[in-house]
Design a protein around this ligand. Structure first.
Ligand code: FE2
Length: 334
């Protein structure tokens, strides 16, 4: 295995992770969690759909919740490209790779391109969205964790190396990666377009599945305030992991499961990485664990994720053996 070479003049310009679409069973319950507890701003809503954004976002939505029967699923993750011309180039790129690509109409978005990556993950690209007021200094609208903006997605995929090669061929750059000690195998890859550590992360597992969508929050005390508020509002059991500190990316974090089981990460303090001479930062798997001052995540954090609607799940060639909280306790907490 080897680290793919960066593509400095990409076939089309992706600018950032933009939005995701999740299905939920009860929009009123979701509204209570996302708006009343976490503090998302409602851009629009109807009986079937809730469009949400963070307080620092001027584009219409970064999270779309759709009411649906059956098992809650992720429908799609969205990326922004810079111009309409980039959309045309994206369509040509996917078709040349033998992957499906079609134009669709999506509310509040400009022309939108639906594609699937080689793992089968449904992705959409758009170049524009309707605008809404940016509420970053409208403090009267700030509640809960005060989510600022969508930052990144993490997907579980059966072949991390293949995902890394494909997304880097689109111009994504590797900021950090985790390899098993003494190997160059890619266990976790952190890929970015917007100039901070990641827009999309690939981790090993049965997939493709959406592990989490991550939103930046302004201050470290918001982690504790939103956890206190979650306790008072009956959502204490929805706090899955943290607050804690990541090794890769160095962000503070807390992971929560929404009422339908979708995982949301709240985090802060990412750094800047965009210069041409920047090399990806390598972490030995054991080193990334030693950096940790919080307890390990529960097994469910490693194993559970949102299925993509209508997409076949494939198992990785090799099963991982992550150090879960359950193993850590069984081993005498060392
Ligand atoms: Fe994350």
């Amino acid at each position: 295995m080897s680290i793919p070479k960066p593509v400095y003049n990409p076939p089309f310009n992706v600018t950032r992770a933009s939005h995701s679409l999740l299905t939920v069973k009860d929009l009123a319950v979701s509204r209570n969690f996302y708006v009343d507890l976490l503090g998302f701003i409602v851009s629009d809503e109807d009986k079937d759909t809730l469009y949400l954004r963070g307080v620092a976002e001027a584009c219409h939505h970064s999270l779309v919740l759709k009411r649906a029967r059956g098992e809650p699923q992720a429908e799609r993750v969205g990326m922004r490209v810079f111009t309409e011309e980039d959309l045309e180039k994206a369509k040509a790129f996917f078709e040349k790779a033998g992957l499906p690509a079609k134009w669709v109409e999506v509310p509040y978005q400009g022309r939108t391109l639906h594609v699937c990556d080689p793992s089968g993950a449904p992705i959409e690209f758009c170049a524009t969205m309707d605008l809404k007021p940016r509420l970053v200094v409208a403090f009267e609208h700030h509640r809960g964790a005060v989510p600022q903006r969508l930052d990144h997605f993490q997907l579980l995929v059966p072949d991390v190396q293949k995902a890394c090669e494909f997304w880097m061929s689109m111009g994504f750059r590797l900021s950090e990666y985790i390899s098993p000690d003494g190997t160059e195998d890619l266990l976790f890859v952190f890929l970015q377009r917007k100039g901070n550590p990641h827009d999309i992360v690939f981790a090993p597992g049965a997939g493709p599945r959406l592990h989490h969508a991550a939103f930046g929050i302004p201050e470290s005390y918001h982690f504790f305030y939103v956890c206190d508020l979650a306790s008072n509002m009956g959502f204490a059991a929805n706090i899955e992991y943290g607050p804690g500190r990541h090794g890769p990316g160095h962000a503070l974090f807390v992971y929560m499961r929404d009422p339908d089981g979708h995982r949301i990460e709240l985090f802060n303090t990412h750094y800047q990485v965009m210069d041409i001479e920047n090399e990806p930062m390598r972490w030995d798997a054991s080193q990334s664990m030693k950096r940790r001052w919080q307890l390990p995540a529960r097994q469910q954090w490693f194993a559970e994720a949102s299925r993509f609607a209508g997409v076949e799940l494939r198992e990785p060639a090799r099963k991982g053996d992550p150090l879960s909280l359950e193993k850590f306790v069984a081993a005498g907490m060392r």
